[in-house]
Design a protein around this ligand. Structure first.
Ligand code: HEM
Length: 153
C-alpha cells in the first residue's frame, strides 16, 4: 500500500470503529449499564478525534485525493462528498453537545440529543466509508492535491 493510501485507510478505520463503538454504547445504555456506556462513548469520541487529527494532518502535509473515476460520475460524487463533509461537521457539533450534556449530568436532554447524535454519526461513517471505497478501491488513481482543488478542481 502506498504512502498516499495508508493514511486514508487508517483514518477511515477510525470512523468505522467510532460508529461501531457508538452502536455498542447505545446498546449498553438500553441495558442500563451506565458506566460501560460512558466508557464506550468516550472511546468512540477518542476514535473520532484520532480520525480528525490524521485527516487534518494529511490534508495539510499531503493534500486530498481528487476523483479518479469516470467523468459522468464526477458531479454525483462531488455532491455526495459535500453531503458527507456537512454530515461530519454536524456530527462533530452534536457529539460535543451530547458529551457536554452528559458531563453536566443533564441526562434527560442528553438522552434526546444522544439518539439524534448516534444516527447522524452512523450516517457520517457510512458515507465516509463509501467515499473511501470509491476513491481508493473502486476508482483508484486520482491525483493527490490541495484540499480545495481536490473537491472542486
Ligand atoms: C458522544 C457520546 C455519547 C452518545 C452518542 C450517547 C448516546 C446516548 C443515547 C442514545 C442515550 C439514550 C438511549 C435510549 O434511551 O435509547 C444515552 C443515555 C444516557 N447516557 Fe449517553 N451518550 C454519550 C456519552 C455519554 C457519557 C460520556 C455519559 C456519562 C457521563 C453518558 C451517560 C448517559 C446516561 C446516564 C444515559 C441515560 C439517561 C436516562 O436514562 O435518562 N453518555 N446516551
Amino acid at each position: 500500500m502506498s504512502s498516499y493510501t495508508i493514511m486514508p485507510t487508517i483514518s477511515t478505520s477510525f470512523i468505522a470503529l467510532s460508529a461501531i463503538l457508538v452502536a455498542i454504547g447505545w446498546r449498553l445504555i438500553i441495558k442500563r449499564r451506565r458506566e460501560a456506556h460512558e466508557k464506550t462513548m468516550i472511546a468512540a469520541a477518542i476514535a473520532a478525534v484520532l480520525f480528525f487529527i490524521i485527516y487534518v494532518s494529511r490534508t495539510i502535509f499531503v493534500g486530498n485525493t481528487e476523483w479518479g473515476g469516470p467523468d459522468h460520475l464526477k458531479t454525483i460524487y462531488t455532491i455526495f462528498l459535500v453531503f458527507h463533509i456537512i454530515l461530519a461537521m454536524v456530527a462533530a457539533v452534536f457529539g460535543i453537545t451530547t458529551l457536554t450534556l452528559a458531563f453536566k449530568k443533564n441526562f434527560a436532554k442528553h438522552r434526546r440529543w444522544g439518539r439524534t447524535t448516534a444516527v447522524i454519526w452512523f450516517a457520517t461513517a457510512i458515507t465516509g466509508v463509501t467515499v473511501y471505497v470509491l476513491l481508493y478501491l473502486l476508482y483508484p488513481g486520482g491525483h493527490t492535491k490541495p484540499v480545495i482543488d481536490a473537491i472542486f478542481g
